[in-house]
Design a protein around this ligand. Structure first.
Ligand code: S3P
Length: 439
């Protein structure tokens, strides 16, 4: 089995700093990069991807499709995928190692359930703890034969691919990974697959399926797809990842004197919660919505340092900022007054239990907070520096990056254990931080 990189290693010390200044771009969107490789691999003809994220998670997706016989060439962020149609996938002759990537795992479970061969997926210590039942249960309703630890709820999981039938399914949680898994299964299921979510999660899969020629319709929180084995290869231009931009946006919003322009960031509506929430906290952010490329809107974001204030953040407000919980906790840590975040239960089953992780990290640098069952209460310092100290990232890239930004607002700086995890979604993060920081 191909071994994934050890992302739990490495310590980085981030010194206290002033603001962030300049003009930057951030690496390509992680979610869109995964989907471009997946759809390119099951489409007919070449798919050319520009701006592909060279993060460990996305490299896991590429390796998975190479194992299934797809020709994929990569030169930095340029990727060529030579798809031979969904029926061109062949049985992998080894276990697929998804590394740290929940997206790779869940989307592949959906796709593989309807392919006529055997496959098995595993991942790193963090991924092997994450819940897969939410995907496996509806796939079984579609006729899938899946086994694994904990009755198919935990990796390693084996899939005995076979013919599926379309279903109508209301998901218990708003999850783009779950929705996308069922859509990919729906491609090779008899009839139509209809999915309704309690709230609308990110819709990159729907947008890209349409681009590749699928018969897919969205209305409100529901989406329906007719089965097809005829997707056509495309050119995909991947915008910058707003979830990566979020660290720089927050760092600049927090520190007076900052002025940072981030170019060509994806601003798809179900992803821009961080902009709305920072504005709600009093942040000065201007968005120049420029272009639409490959069905995804992108634009430039200008942020200036300001005084942030504590706010109430509820579940529906957090959904379009689901991956931004760690950095929002940092924004709250240095805001004026108390921030209460609720409805964040999903954060307990991400790459780490992000509620427990952020509570521990903020306490470690001297910021008062209380962990609640579904969120956090954070007492902001009102712009004053926190003490600083040492934190454990738990191998979670977003915890490591959030605490690197927090370090700028401390007296002593922060030692980040498990700093290698940033390579999961943002290779070059520490270098870019070094180039934009003032002082
Ligand atoms: C993702 C969906 C979200 C998000 C993850 C990427 C995707 O997960 O947290 O980082 O690409 O579909 P959930 O579907 O579990 O909410």
């Amino acid at each position: 089995m191909i071994q994934a990189k050890d992302i739990f290693s490495g310590t980085e010390r981030v010194l206290p700093g002033g603001g962030l200044k300049g003009e930057i771009t951030v690496p390509g969107d992680k979610s869109i990069s995964h989907r471009a490789v997946i759809l390119g691999s099951i489409a007919e003809g070449p798919t050319e991807i520009e701006g592909f994220l060279e993060g460990e998670d996305n490299l896991s997706t590429i390796e998975a499709f190479r194992l299934m016989g797809v020709g994929i060439e990569r030169d930095g962020g340029r990727v060529s995928v030579l798809g031979r149609g969904i029926e061109g996938l062949s049985e992998p002759d080894d276990v697929i190692n998804a590394g740290n990537s929940g997206t790779t795992t869940r989307l592949l479970l959906g796709l593989l359930a309807g392919r006529p061969f055997f496959s098995a997926i595993t991942g790193d210590a963090s991924l092997r703890k994450r819940p897969m039942k939410r995907v496996v249960d509806p796939l079984r309703k579609m006729g899938a034969l899946i086994t694994g630890r904990n009755d198919g709820g935990l990796l390693p999981i084996a899939v005995f691919g076979r013919r599926l039938k379309g279903i109508e399914y209301r998901t218990p949680v708003a999850s783009a990974q779950l929705k996308s898994a069922l859509l990919l299964a729906g491609l090779s299921a008899d009839g139509e697959t209809v999915i309704e979510e309690p709230e609308k999660s990110r819709d990159h899969t729907e947008r890209m399926l349409e681009l590749f020629g699928a018969d897919i319709k969205s209305s409100g929180n529901a989406v329906s797809l007719k089965s097809t084995n005829r997707l056509k290869g495309c050119k995909i231009i991947v915008p910058g990842d707003i979830s990566s931009a979020a660290f720089f946006l927050t760092g600049a919003a927090l520190a007076p004197g900052s002025e940072l322009l981030i170019r060509q960031v994806g601003i798809n509506p179900p992803r821009v919660g961080i902009i709305d929430l920072l504005r709600k906290m009093g942040g000065s952010i201007e968005v120049d919505a420029g272009s639409v490329a490959s069905g995804e809107p992108a634009g430039n974001i200008l942020v200036r340092g300001s005084r942030l204030r504590g706010v109430e953040i509820t579940g529906p407000e957090l959904l379009p900022a689901i991956d931004e919980f760690p950095i929002l906790c940092v924004a709250a840590a240095f805001a004026e007054g108390t921030t209460r975040i609720s409805g964040a239960m999903e954060l307990r089953v991400k790459e780490s239990d992000r509620i427990a992780a952020m509570s521990e990290c903020l306490s470690a640098i001297g910021v008062r907070n209380t962990e609640t069952e579904d969120g956090m209460i954070i007492e902001g310092t009102g712009g004053k520096r926190a003490r600083g100290g040492s934190i454990r990232s738990r191998g979670d890239h977003r915890i490591a990056m959030a605490m690197a930004i927090a370090a700028l607002m401390t007296e002593e700086g922060v030692n980040i254990e498990g700093a290698g995890s940033v390579d999961v979604s943002f290779p070059g993060f520490f270098g870019l931080l070094g180039r934009t920081r003032v002082g």
